[in-house]
Design a protein around this ligand. Structure first.
Ligand code: PMT
Length: 422
């Protein structure tokens, strides 16, 4: 069964692409996304504005077509959402291709579990019935005070709100969600092709954490994989391609309180590699002259530079930004080719935020403080307020202006090459 979809090892990137997209169906929303993206891109081509495609968040790998279970990864979309804001600040229009329900530009400040939006609000005292404010609430007199932003958060929220409104009113930000790795790949290919008229004004900033493994559609179980049954023969290809494993070892779980306790069994998930589409992006999908930046995540510091250099050598794009899982919020490395063809690396570092653990900022949601004493909860709330008022430097505020400089240099080079030809 596995042999049915597995492509031969020696397929070219083009053949790999056509095999992948032929055997894995496109997302239902692709047509709608294509149409809104085309309008967005046309508008900015006309304005001669630079457009960046920011990819963000993790992709899922479904185990069933009617998906109950899936494999996922850690990415919350912080890098992508934060970067999108700085790109907008630098004058780019942004297509934000993100994992559905991951962090979004601007709203990220108030949607994370460390920053519950409800903690930013208060109920103001009710107004006398005659006051104009009171009479306008809900179109009638109200005994309730209006919901307001707490004084200590006013300045910051006003700033974020204005930036958000500006981006929205000027059609500078397009939000496109995906869920699975296949959704993501369809969207990436479609958007890159739509971006062709932008030429050198296009920038690709690939911060999404894309799965390297998946289950091809024709090996996927349709229905929920049952934990208390040995998989039916048609499901065996999904769960038990390793025929050497006896049926007794296939997962049943211990959750049948009435049945006899069975031997613990295993669910064997047989995943194929996802073709690396960076090659096709560089050599076909993306506009000629556009800039392509990919990310490389590692956990072993000894591998970071090596793997980033290998990516540049393999795909011949412009820049890899290397980062480690544990310190990615305050340290990254730019790896690229020097003009003489050799490799160069440049570290970007910001001061490590106080109290940070594995890149997470301190603070917690009021709901999580429920078990604390009143004084401890008040102290936690005060710490949250202080944390918010303290201006944290975000590493993306350094990364994005650097990229803009590199992109500008590329555009200038493309222009002068064009002038030389003419
Ligand atoms: O979201 P956060 O919590 O803030 O975390 C941010 C991040 C750590 C996820 C981000 O900074 C990051 O490093 N993203 C890339 C993760 C990674 O290492 O990807 P990769 O090694 O699987 O792929 C490298 C590049 O190849 C990626 O840019 C990807 O676009 C591309 N790729 C990946 C898989 C695939 N099948 N085809 C590809 O082209």
């Amino acid at each position: 069964m596995a042999a049915k979809t597995a492509p031969a090892d020696n397929l070219s990137p083009d053949e790999m692409e056509s095999h992948y997209f032929k055997t894995n169906p496109q997302p239902v929303f692709l047509q709608t996304h294509t149409s809104v993206a085309r309008t967005f891109i046309d508008r900015h081509v006309e304005a001669n504005r630079r457009v960046v495609l920011v990819t963000s968040g993790g992709t899922t790998v479904p185990l069933e077509t009617q998906t109950v279970r899936f494999i996922d990864n850690f990415s919350a979309g912080t890098r992508g959402a934060t970067s999108a804001e700085y790109f907008l600040q630098e004058g780019y229009a942004v297509i934000f291709l993100h994992r559905q329900f991951s962090l979004l530009p601007y709203s990220r400040h108030y949607s994370h579990s460390t920053n519950c939006f409800l903690d930013f609000m208060d109920e103001a005292p009710s107004q006398p019935a005659s006051s104009s404010l009171s009479s306008t609430i809900g179109g009638q007199n109200s005994e309730h005070g209006p919901i307001v932003v707490r004084p200590e958060y006013q300045d910051e929220m006003r700033k974020v709100l204005r930036q958000y409104r500006y981006a929205k009113e000027n059609h500078l930000l397009l939000l496109l969600p995906f869920t699975t790795v296949t959704d993501y790949l369809y969207e990436l290919r479609t958007l890159a092709n739509l971006m062709k008229p932008l030429g050198a004004n296009a920038l690709f900033y690939l911060a999404a954490a894309v799965s390297d493994f998946f289950i091809p559609r024709d090996r996927m179980a349709e229905h929920k994989i049952q934990s208390n049954e040995i998989p039916a023969p048609e499901q065996q290809s999904v769960t038990a391609a390793h025929t050497a494993i006896s049926p007794d070892s296939i997962y049943t779980g211990f959750n049948d309180p009435n049945g006899p306790q069975k031997q613990q069994k295993k669910l064997i998930v047989d995943l194929d590699p996802v073709p690396k589409f960076l090659h096709r992006l560089v050599n076909g999908w993306a506009p000629a002259g556009s800039m392509i930046v990919s990310f490389k995540l590692e956990t072993d510091p000894n591998l970071l530079i090596l793997k980033s250099e290998q990516a540049i050598q393999r795909y011949s794009h412009h820049l890899v930004i290397g980062n480690l899982l544990t310190n990615r919020k305050w340290e990254v490395v730019f790896v690229s080719r020097k003009p003489d063809g050799g490799m160069q690396e440049r570290w970007i570092r910001i001061p490590r935020p106080r109290g940070s653990v594995s890149g997470a900022l301190p603070g917690m949601c009021a709901g999580l403080e429920a078990g604390l004493s009143a004084s401890a909860a008040a102290a936690a709330a005060a710490a949250r307020a202080e944390e918010h008022s303290r201006k944290e430097v975000e590493i993306e505020s350094v990364i994005i202006p650097e990229l803009k400089k590199m992109h500008t240099a590329m555009i200038e080079k493309a222009k002068s090459a064009h002038a030389d030809k003419a």
